[in-house]
Write a protein that binds this ligand. Structure first.
Ligand code: C2E
Ligand code: CA
Ligand code: CA
Length: 286
């Protein structure tokens, strides 16, 4: 027969085991999800939304359009910047549905102001995966025609950051997009994998000068690379946009160097789309 001490021992032991088991379950449940599963869940819950950063004419700082920049709006309201998820989205191919969704959402927000002023433009970041994806041109055409924004008002920014595996095919898709009226910008020019021949092959309309090169610019100089890029763009009949302009000095010097347009905190940070539209409307009233 057990005595009372044995019984207490078993009860206490059982309690501890139960507690340990409970802790183990709690830990398993709290373990972070696989990040790709989390992105998939975010896509299904429509958590990827666009912000829009104004682009301006460097001569008078007037807004002439905007770039859609993706944010991950978590259920608790926090806004996650693309640096925390865009590489994963691109590497996993999940970027393909995300890009279409960002284009659709952005056009829903800005269509009114773009229809009212046909000189305004909106830019989207397009990856090589998007270009190579099935039905890209068809889907884009259908989204854009639903919005009544003209293809001529849409700029597709293709980054130099990523390698394009099938340059020949990419160039073909870009050619078809141009024939439909879309404008093509080479993004992050001079920072990526593709080398100078790529600039020629892509036959883009616009060259975006990366923030890296704008950061060097001050009254003490630092303009060499920008000057070289502006010359190259002019020779290739491309417009130029400098990004990451944070100071009045940078804006002034870039204008003097012949850069056409700018983007940067000096004029505006990426804004909620409603706020972007408000800024444009306010400017139209001036
Ligand atoms: P990007 O295309 O080169 O976009 C410009 C980035 O510079 C944006 O960062 C913008 O907020 C930031 N920026 C602009 N002006 C200034 C400035 O004056 N100062 C500073 N410090 N930053 C400035 P963001 O929004 O964090 O986006 C980072 C990158 O993520 C983008 O670089 C782009 O490569 C990628 N990205 C953003 N949205 C999308 C998207 O919808 N699709 C794809 N595929 N990539 C996207
Ligand atoms: Ca861009
Ligand atoms: Ca950039």
């Amino acid at each position: 027969m057990h005595n009372r001490e044995d019984e207490n021992f078993f009860i206490a032991g059982g309690g501890i085991l139960g507690l340990l088991f409970g802790l183990l379950i709690a830990q398993l449940l709290a373990r972070p999800e696989n990040p790709i599963t989390e992105i998939k869940r975010g896509i299904e819950a429509d958590e990827f939304v666009p912000y829009v950063q104004p682009l301006f004419d460097l001569r008078d700082l007037k807004i002439i359009g905007g770039e859609a920049l993706m944010r991950w709006r978590k259920p608790d309201g926090t806004m996650v910047p693309p640096s925390n998820f865009i590489n994963l989205a691109e590497d996993s191919g999940l970027i393909v549905p995300m890009t279409r969704s960002i284009i659709k959402q952005t056009l829903n927000h800005v269509d009114d102001i773009l229809i009212r002023d046909r000189s305004l433009k909106v830019s989207f970041n397009i990856t090589p995966q998007d270009l190579m994806s099935d039905g890209f041109i068809m889907d884009l055409t259908s989204i854009v025609s639903d919005s009544r924004v003209k293809p001529e008002q849409i700029v597709l920014e293709i980054t130099e950051r990523q390698e394009i595996k099938d340059e020949h095919k990419a160039a073909g898709v870009v050619e078809s997009l141009k024939a439909l009226g879309y404008r093509i910008a080479l993004d992050d020019t001079g920072t990526g994998h593709n080398g100078l021949s790529y600039i020629q092959d892509l036959n883009a309309d616009i060259m975006k000068i990366d923030k890296k090169f704008v950061d060097f610019i001050s009254d003490d100089g630092g303009t060499e690379i920008v000057q070289m890029l502006v010359q190259l763009a002019k020779r290739m009949k491309m417009q130029t946009i400098a990004e990451g302009i944070e100071t009045e000095t940078q804006a002034r010097i870039l204008n003097e160097l012949g850069v056409d347009q700018g983007q940067g905190y000096y004029v505006a940070k990426p804004l909620k789309p409603e706020e972007f539209c408000m800024q444009v409307r306010k400017q139209a009233l001036k």
